[in-house]
Design a binder for this molecule. Structure first.
Ligand SMILES: C[S@@+](CC[C@H](N)C(=O)[O-])C[C@H]1O[C@@H](n2cnc3c(N)ncnc32)[C@H](O)[C@@H]1O
Length: 314
């Protein structure tokens, strides 16, 4: 890589780090995204998890041989460590496909099992930057999690597709009467249990349900929940499922079934990362649907977030 290119990357990263670092500090945020493909020639996503760096390279046709690519990467790394002031051994590198959703990102990569706790909103979350494609904490939903905490008091909460349970932790911390967390992955449900325990929020009021959401929705009592979180993958297919899940095809059915399980006046947060998603509003049996994509986009994702978020009331 030429010195000029290296400098260009370093300057841009430094600018982003300065600008976003200030905002993070002002809001006491210690985990945030500092760079996301800001220069097309450097197709990285860089997130800070306190004193560690999660570095992902988006796959693309770069025309380099494996050796050339490795050399290029080895040129980029010192720029990142120097600008961010974090040594090599605390950089966690990943390569990921750029896809229209989050599909395919849930398989395990290795078995190092290096978990560590980070802070967000006065709570703690276990993150793993080496063993899975995603880190365990989706930083783009920081604001949404805060909303859930703010309205959880005495509420019956259902967290569908709960992943590592970060929304469940916020709901429990906000004083929810009960929190039911549902996911198809045992690994992630266990992680959710550990996140609850880490915050001293494990209690009989917190249950963790290993199930396919599509099937589980048919078992729910009507008029029961006050607050529902639904953040599904774009597609999902598994031996445990009767049918695959396609969020564009299935969202009306999923939302309507969740609405049946809610009390009148109850609120559901629904989010999807499917870039071409189109909400079929007329078919959803809600009293109001508000697009809160903008209101839930944090400072470190401005102009870069390709997901939708809705506040749906029964
Ligand atoms: C996008 S993540 C959810 C992120 C989570 N709401 C958060 O903010 O941390 C999707 C999750 O859905 C789970 N999942 C995929 N298909 C499922 C299904 N049919 N039923 C239940 N969970 C499923 C995956 O295991 C994964 O944990």
């Amino acid at each position: 890589m030429t010195d000029e290119k290296r400098q260009m990357f370093g300057n841009r990263l430094a600018k982003m780090a300065r600008h976003l670092g200030k905002q993070a500090k002002r809001q006491s945020i210690s985990c945030y995204r500092v760079y996301d493909h800001d220069l097309p020639e450097f197709p990285f996503c860089i997130e800070l998890y306190e004193d560690r760096i999660y570095l992902a390279e988006y796959k693309r046709r770069h025309g380099m041989t494996d050796e050339e690519h490795l050399a290029w990467l080895e040129d980029c790394l010192p720029v990142i460590t120097e600008v961010l002031g974090i040594p090599d051994e605390r950089i966690y590198f990943r390569q990921r496909q750029r896809k229209a959703g989050r599909q395919g990102q849930y398989e395990k990569l290795s078995s190092e099992q290096e978990f560590f706790a980070v802070r967000e909103g006065g709570l703690q979350f276990l993150v793993n930057l080496s063993d899975y494609l995603d880190t365990g904490l989706f930083l783009d939903h920081r604001i949404t999690r805060g909303m859930v905490r703010n309205e959880a008091r005495d509420k019956r909460v259902l967290n569908l597709f709960c992943y590592t349970g970060s929304f469940s932790v916020y709901a429990a911390a906000g004083g929810a009467a009960l929190v039911h967390s549902v996911d198809l992955s045992r690994t992630y449900l266990d992680w959710a249990v550990r996140n609850m325990a880490l915050n001293d929020l494990l209690s009989p009021a917190a249950s963790f349900i290993h199930a396919d959401v599509k099937q589980h929705l048919d078992l729910l009592p009507p008029d029961f929940y006050d607050l529902v979180i639904m953040d599904p993958p774009t597609f999902s297919n598994s031996k445990r499922m009767k049918d695959f899940l396609d969020i564009q095809r299935d969202h009306v059915e999923l939302l309507n079934k969740a609405l049946i399980s809610m009390r009148t006046g109850g609120v559901m947060y629904f989010s999807t990362n499917f870039r071409r998603f189109q909400l079929d509003r007329e078919k959803i049996l809600a009293s109001s649907i508000k697009d809160i994509t903008g209101a839930t986009t944090p400072f470190d994702f401005q102009g870069k977030l390709f997901r939708f978020c809705y506040r749906i009331m029964k």
